[in-house]
Design a protein around this ligand. Structure first.
Ligand code: ARG
Length: 594
């Protein structure tokens, strides 16, 4: 289906053309003065220069033509000085447009004929290190983007890209070796099979890594040993590699549990280590083709461009000791993805402080021909989660806030709220609380422009009022409840509800709601194109507000005129449908009661 704005622009464009002007001038937008009109077109202003005429002369002619048209989709088209066109839609047209939207599986969203293949690299946890609040954003934003992309008809593949090959692995191995030198993994003469059971639990790992990391900072020899062990691991020393596999198994099982709690899942569980074997070939090719050269002992690719406002340092491929780096595994991963999926785009969702890293990697990938020139590599950098003091969010005693703690805190807060509602049976309270808490957490994050820092304010996020997840869910629950009553009273089922048709708006509030609904496809498409879940959040907040204003001034169930009431029920069905599609794309959903 055509987007409402495109349709409006087309109609206004036809009037421009009929008056002898360029039809392109008909491009219209949502009014910046909703008190005056619903849509506006400023084409006459631009046309004035092109045709050397006063803008109002053009606007007058176009407005007159639009006004004289019996079939017009506009209730009014006014020319106002110095040459703007103020437009209002006919109620009957808006209603008929919405009937089509209701009948459309995607509520009017156009699906491109050729789907794009897009890989989203998100999550990015580091094996053996516990997830903390910093990992929240990558998971939540990445998952939302993935679902939005799929809703918009693209083929989207999520890859967690584990940090599983760096120094932290060497540190864990070193610490294990100090504690349990007798383990068979450290016996160089051992040739048998290694035990199936890991010699540690996930809680052990959670203590081992920080201990090792601390030691390495205080003790130079320990650090050197960890570096050496990392190197041996990367050369796949048998015992180390077997032990590493155990660390991965234990850690990944725990990560899966944690991400499941966030309703986040990945198609690919690859990591830095997955591409270890293709690094040498890639490096050789970079050298042979003259893209990589030696500089102070290291192997680098120059990525600076003349137009850079500040200097972009060369991308280091191998350190002087021959060790691979974060850039190296990222480049090899690009090569691997190109090979296996031939993606049109790869999106990376990480902390924005990694921006320079990605500029270097993306440029190097294109220079070295690791991807097709038209493959888009894009970094979606996000800001920090801060506490109310404006500093990075911490626990009360100043420690790092673990993601698990954060999730259980918000679940508890929500459970206390949900329990005050006597309509919710106690055995459902916990599930409901978790569902609403998830919305609180995710919406609290996603409603902020990703690149900005935000303040984690549990109380605000959990509020049932204002720009929050629970408010959106509350609106959905309210609609569900009215629809439930209606079905009960009329004996109609859900399928019958879908047959009802939206009717011409009878109040300003109803028209506002209808206009908001009509814009869904445009907003969804735009939010995905711009990788901007916050735009979809802003939309469902506005839609919920429009719905609640309409609801407060309309007595739906007591309405005796059946046609009227049915028209409103159709409007409710559509509102709920669009809210469900949107929240689903953002990664959360509404319960039946809350
Ligand atoms: N593990 C990395 C970190 O903790 C994030 C990985 C992001 N993805 C990537 N392809 N570099 O910073």
């Amino acid at each position: 289906m055509q987007k409402l704005l495109d349709l409006i622009s087309e109609k206004v464009g036809e009037a421009f053309a009929a008056e002898g002007y360029d039809g392109e001038l008909g491009r219209s937008s949502v009014s910046s003065r909703p008190d005056l009109c619903e849509f506006q077109c400023n084409g006459a202003m631009a046309g004035a220069k092109q045709y050397h005429k006063a803008p109002f002369m053009i606007a007058d002619a176009v407005a007159a033509r639009l006004g004289a048209d019996e079939e017009s989709i506009f209730e009014s088209a006014e020319s106002v000085k110095p040459g703007f066109l103020n437009l209002k839609l006919k109620k009957s047209f808006l209603a008929s447009y919405l009937v089509k939207v209701s009948r459309d599986e995607k509520f009017g969203l156009q699906i491109p004929e050729k789907e794009k293949t897009i890989i989203i690299d998100y999550g990015g946890p580091n094996v053996a290190k516990p997830l903390h609040v910093g990992h929240l954003r990558s998971a939540v934003i990445g998952e939302a983007l993935k679902r939005m992309g799929r809703y918009c008809g693209d083929k989207v593949i999520g890859d967690i890209h584990l940090g599983d090959w760096g120094l932290q692995m060497g540190l864990v191995i070193t610490e294990l070796r100090h504690r349990y030198p007798e383990l068979v993994y450290f016996d160089d003469n051992y040739v048998g099979e290694y035990p199936a059971e890991a010699p540690f639990t996930v809680s052990d790992l959670e203590e081992i890594y920080p201990t090792a990391s601390k030691k390495s900072k205080e003790d130079e020899d320990y650090y050197k040993e960890a570096m050496e062990n990392t190197h041996l691991l990367q050369e796949k020393k048998r015992g180390f590699y077997a032990l590493w596999q155990k660390i991965i198994d234990v850690s990944v099982a725990d990560l899966k549990k944690n991400y499941k709690n966030l309703d986040v899942d990945f198609e690919l569980w690859n990591g830095e280590a997955s591409v270890n074997d293709i690094i040498p070939g890639m490096v050789d090719k970079m050298k042979a083709e003259g893209h990589a050269h030696e500089s102070n002992g290291a192997l680098v690719v120059d990525v600076a461009e003349d137009s850079d406002p500040k200097e972009i340092p060369p991308c280091i491929i191998l350190k002087s000791d021959g060790a691979a780096l974060y850039t190296t595994t990222d480049l090899a991963t690009i090569l691997d993805r190109e090979d296996k999926f031939d993606p049109d785009e790869i999106l990376y969702v990480t902390d924005k402080r990694q921006e320079l890293h990605f500029v270097q990697v993306f440029r190097a990938a294109h220079i070295c021909g690791l991807v097709r020139p038209e493959t888009e590599l894009r970094h979606v950098g996000f800001g920090t989660v801060n506490g109310k003091d404006g500093k990075p969010f911490k626990t009360r005693d100043g420690g790092i806030m673990r993601l698990e703690t954060l999730i259980s805190d918000i679940n508890d807060e929500m459970l206390a709220k949900i329990k005050t509602n006597p309509d919710i049976p106690s055995d459902e309270a916990e599930t409901t609380a978790r569902q609403v808490a998830m919305a609180a957490l995710k919406y609290g994050d996603l409603s902020n422009q990703a690149s900005k820092d935000y303040i984690f304010d549990m109380e605000k996020f959990c509020s049932f009022e204002g720009d929050t997840g629970p408010y959106i869910l509350y609106t959905m629950v309210r609609i569900k409840s009215i629809l439930g009553k209606y079905m009960e009273q009329t004996g109609k089922d859900k399928a019958a509800l879908k047959e009802l048709e939206v009717r011409g708006a009878q109040s300003a509030a109803e028209k506002n709601l209808q206009m908001s609904l009509a814009r869904f496809s445009e907003i969804m498409r735009n939010a995905w194109d711009e990788c901007a879940p916050h735009k979809l959040c802003a939309y469902i907040y506005e839609l919920s507000n429009c719905f609640n204003s309409f609801y407060h001034e309309t007595r739906i169930m007591p309405e005796e005129n059946e046609e009227k009431r049915n028209g409103w029920i159709a409007l409710l069905v559509l509102t709920l449908g669009i809210l469900e599609a949107s929240t689903g794309a953002l990664g959360f959903s509404a319960p039946d009661k809350m």
